[in-house]
Design a protein around this ligand. Structure first.
Ligand SMILES: NC(=O)c1ccc[n+]([C@@H]2O[C@H](COP(=O)([O-])OP(=O)(O)OC[C@H]3O[C@@H](n4cnc5c(N)ncnc54)[C@H](O)[C@@H]3O)[C@@H](O)[C@H]2O)c1
Length: 357
């Protein structure tokens, strides 16, 4: 395809402003339209980012067309219906994480996205963070030996405004599907599951509302996942750290350890082994810019984005099991069928079928 990719932004809230900023720096993308159910928000966003067409109705924007791709940055319960409609029209979709609000919705969307010619990338942009990418590639390639255990810690903080903006959707379980684990922690859990390259099998978890008692979702989540390989993963995700700290990932393997620390300058250290540090497959000033560029390439016939729907489904299924385990108080199995036709295989996922350690 020649010429820039014409992209329509849907949901002109917090993250869309960052993504639109990076889109404007990308010579291969033109912001063709924007839409927010709040007319004033859509108009303001259009003026800020030099977009000519602003809408307050998604269906009306799709009907007028004039773009090849949509970027959906809307509440989680809208991910499935809006992505389904865009795919039906043959549009490429860059969908904000998570894949969907519930596992059932995620399974439906992953099935639709596996159709030949469909292009749906989920914006798990940490896969394009240079340090996360190098960590994941080294672990996936076995440069540190077999994974024994790993953990990610996301000691972040949110203020009360987070739960009141945009009609308070973040606080409502039916709209968000979950709290800090799904919304923040799943970024780093996604990297960890990708690195370990073994399907999550079962989970144990605990969730709490420590500060935001009025919210229907948790602001602190702790959990353990057992992978089919036998490796154990721990995740701790929070909105209540004071002060907020950098997220970390630690992977402990047979012959070495990988330590990642997020931040303005993300840090990666290998101990016990010196694997080659691979660079992300696309260039850009930030992980979000690289994720966007990877999506542009895929939408215009290039290689797939690193987080297609089938990959984001694995993360969603792990989060789903962690939530069910927190509710039941025991171990819960991960229930999604990752080997079903048209799901993981369609995205060329390669699991390491390794024996238990
Ligand atoms: N990749 C990241 O690092 C990152 C960071 C933050 C948020 N997110 C994700 O981005 C998405 C949006 O989150 P946010 O924090 O920007 O939310 P937000 O509340 O700031 O923005 C959402 C916007 O969607 C609009 N909206 C709601 N219903 C709509 C409809 N029917 N049609 C059009 N617009 C509608 C709202 O008016 C609002 O402006 C979520 O999936 C979230 O998890 C990703």
């Amino acid at each position: 395809m020649s010429g820039p990719l014409r992209l329509a932004v849907v949901g002109c809230g917090d993250v869309a402003n960052y993504t639109a900023g990076f889109a404007r720096l990308n010579g291969g993308i033109r912001l063709a339209a924007c839409c927010d159910r709040d007319e004033l928000t859509a108009g303001r966003f259009a003026r800020r980012h030099g977009i000519r067409r602003a809408y307050d109705d998604y269906a009306a924007m799709l009907a007028e067309g004039g773009f090849e791709a949509v970027y959906l940055a809307v509440p989680h319960d809208l991910h499935l219906p809006m992505a389904r409609e865009a795919l039906r029209r043959g549009l490429a979709v860059l969908l904000e994480k998570p894949l969907a609000a519930t596992l059932a919705e995620g399974l439906e969307l992953a099935g639709l996205a596996a159709a030949p010619g469909a292009c749906l990338a989920v914006n798990y942009q940490y896969r394009y963070d240079a340090a996360c990418y190098a960590l994941a590639q080294a672990v996936r390639e076995g440069a540190l030996g077999q994974v024994r255990y790993a953990r990610c810690n996301i000691p972040w903080r949110r203020e009360s405004g987070y739960f009141t903006r945009s009609a308070g959707w973040h606080a409502l379980l039916a709209r968000s599907g979950g709290g800090t684990l799904l919304t923040q922690g799943s970024h780093f859990l996604d990297v960890l599951l990708w690195a370990c390259a073994s399907p999550p099998a079962r989970a144990q978890g605990l969730v709490r509302r420590v500060v935001f008692k009025e919210a229907e979702v948790e602001d602190l989540a702790l959990g353990t996942l057992e992978l089919e390989s036998g490796a154990l993963l721990q995740v701790c995700s929070s909105m209540v750290a004071s002060p907020e700290q950098a997220a970390t990932i630690e992977v402990y393997c047979e012959r070495g350890t990988a330590l990642y620390r997020a931040g303005l300058r993300p840090k990666l250290e290998f101990r016990g082994a010196r694997p080659h540090r691979k660079a992300p497959p696309v260039r850009g000033v930030h992980a979000l810019a690289r994720s966007l560029e990877a999506f542009r390439r895929w939408a215009q016939g290039g290689p797939p984005h690193l987080a297609p729907a089938g990959e984001a489904l694995v993360t969603l299924a792990a989060v789903d099991a962690l939530y069910r385990a927190a509710a039941s108080g025991g171990w819960e199995n991960v229930t999604a069928d990752f080997t079903g036709a048209g799901r993981i295989e369609a995205q060329e996922h390669t699991w390491q079928k390794t024996p238990s350690v």
